[in-house]
Write a protein that binds this ligand. Structure first.
Ligand code: SF4
Ligand code: SF4
Length: 537
């Protein structure tokens, strides 16, 4: 396989599109997708779009950023970028992540252990620009030249000089959206350098200092959430209407008539769903409601703006947006006087509201937060639910480990304990647990639907996950066997929905994806009809 020869020097100076994606160089997939012609094709941007939009990295764009028309505009953008770079290394401007970023800049020993762990680099046939250290080395050179004292002289003497041109900055802007921040690389690094963090911190410069963001994350994500109450655009009124509708649906599907607890002061738990569930996969909040009702848990939902949407997209691109949403989540919980917040099936919301929020929530604001995985495990272990795992015997189940919840938080076993209690045909992917691969939609990719970015996600960033799914079911890949990928994360389900559709996985192989709670309810004998509906969604 011919290796890509692109260097940092090319990145900085070569004109035009730097890399042309060649699908024939990608790692081949297992049957029934073992021939290139059976895969979805990557679509080049139309010539008019190429001319108008910045896309000189690999012909893909996540930003739709118009090319600046004058040299002055370009210079202004470069200066803003360099000012933002300086701020990343000042403790008063980046107290949240300065230390790990600084260590990553200073101590990488260039051993390349991280490269073998990166799904994007490897699945793309080792495309050089996707190597974890390629992005970090550019940032390291910029840091050494433009941030450290005496940097310009050092850069010349070291032979690692770099020139912050607009060509380079524009490519870097796109390159920080070619990494899912899955942090597989950081996990394998012998000295703990974190190339995923470098991606995230670069995104911060573009957002916080230059106002350049990806629309689905910012305008349609964080801003809409702060303004309307949810990143889905669902207002409180629409949310309450939805809940009423879901109550009726639960009565119809499960024969259980009860009101879902709303704004109940002093409850033990405030349960927050990713609001996308209510619209795309309502069976998931329905299943939660059934389980918690049947187990007699004293919990509540909130109808306050942001209190019904656990999404926090700032996690992936902007500290300010992150803090605004995290503080609002806690304010809602404090107003209700609940003992803790439990995060439903959403991986990034887990990390946002627990690990990262720990850096901004201090004193009274630091109220307990827990994963729904441990809550569900505890409910099942307590024996409060009657379960018959044979009710799931017609399907073979595997488990996808969402990166944020598993690799980055260590929540590995609870969901496995649950699965073993509710289904007899469970098998693990290889690798799994903290070694597992990203769904391909991490860090906002699942919701980035503009232009040809979804093509790139389908064929590159989701490829390792697709391979794992095909591998784990290879002996029963024919459509007569029903197969279920349990993905306890809204974002991962979104990525899988698009990937499964692009490859025709449901029609061709009878593989469906879905959450964890649906399997629990499907195993509850008091619910007569199967809860799990075997149709595409
Ligand atoms: S980031 Fe870590 S694993 Fe990667 S090259 Fe540097 S030291 Fe090696
Ligand atoms: S965070 Fe994941 S996608 Fe990004 S460079 Fe590391 S291994 Fe690759």
């Amino acid at each position: 396989m011919a290796k890509s020869k692109v260097s940092i020097k090319d990145f900085e100076s070569k004109e035009g599109q730097l890399v042309k994606l060649d699908q024939s160089r990608f790692l081949p997939l297992p049957p029934p997708y073992d021939k290139l012609e059976l895969e979805p094709k990557f679509n080049e941007l139309a010539p008019e779009k190429k001319e108008r939009l910045e896309c000189d990295l690999d012909g893909v764009t996540a930003f739709k950023f118009p090319r600046p028309e004058t040299e002055e505009e370009k210079q202004e953008l470069v200066e803003k970028f360099l000012a933002g770079l300086q701020k990343l290394f000042q403790k008063e401007n980046n107290w949240t992540f300065l230390q790990p970023l600084f260590l990553t800049m200073e101590y990488c020993v260039k051993c390349q252990t991280c490269a073998s762990a990166c799904p994007i680099f490897n699945e793309s046939g080792q495309e050089e620009i996707y190597r974890p250290t390629f992005r970090s080395d550019i940032m390291r050179r910029l840091y050494k030249k433009y941030v450290k004292s005496g940097g310009k002289i050092f850069a010349k003497l070291s032979g690692n000089d770099i020139n912050a041109s607009w060509t380079m900055v524009a490519r870097l802007m796109e390159l920080c959206y070619r990494c899912t921040i899955c942090r597989r690389c950081a996990q394998t690094c012998p000295i703990g350098a974190d190339n995923g963090l470098v991606t995230r911190e670069l995104r911060k410069i573009f957002s916080q200092e230059m106002g350049i963001t990806v629309t689905p994350l910012h305008e349609k994500g964080s801003m809409q959430q702060l303004k309307v109450g949810s990143s889905t655009g669902m207002s409180t009124v629409a949310y309450l209407d939805n809940i009423e509708f879901l109550e009726e649906e639960v009565e119809e599907r499960a024969g259980m008539k009860f009101k879902w607890p709303m704004d109940k002061e002093g409850a033990d738990i405030l349960l927050i769903h990713n609001a996308g569930e209510f619209l795309a996969w309502p069976e998931n909040p329905e299943a939660f409601a059934i389980i918690l009702e049947a187990a007699g848990i004293n919990y509540t939902l909130s109808s306050e703006a942001i209190g019904y949407d656990s999404v926090n997209y700032g996690t992936w691109y902007d500290d300010m947006q992150f803090a605004r949403v995290a503080l609002r989540h806690v304010e809602v919980a404090k107003k209700l006087g609940v003992k803790k917040i439990v995060i439903a099936e959403c991986g990034h919301a887990h990390k946002a509201l627990t690990v990262i929020a720990d850096r901004v929530l201090t004193g009274d604001f630091n109220i307990p937060r827990e994963s729904s995985m441990t809550l569900l495990r505890d409910i099942i272990k307590s024996g409060r639910l009657k379960l018959d795992p044979s009710r799931n015997d017609d399907i073979t189940v595997t488990l996808h480990d969402p990166c944020n919840m598993v690799r980055l938080m260590g929540i590995v076993q609870p969901q496995r304990d649950v699965l073993k209690a509710v289904c007899n045909n469970f098998r693990e992917m290889t690798p799994h647990g903290v070694e597992n691969y990203c769904c391909g939609g991490g860090s906002g990719f699942a919701i980035t639907q503009d232009l040809n970015f979804p093509d790139w996600r389908q064929i590159v960033s989701g490829r390792a996950k697709l391979r794992q799914i095909l591998d784990v079911f290879q002996d029963i890949i024919e459509p007569e066997h029903k197969k279920y990928v349990c993905a306890p994360c809204s974002n991962c389900k979104g990525a899988m929905r698009d990937m499964f559709a692009a490859y025709g996985l449901f029609d061709r192989c009878n593989i469906l994806y879905g959450g964890l709670v649906e399997l629990i309810v499907n195993a509850m004998p008091e619910i007569e009809e199967p809860f799990l509906e075997w149709d595409w969604r």
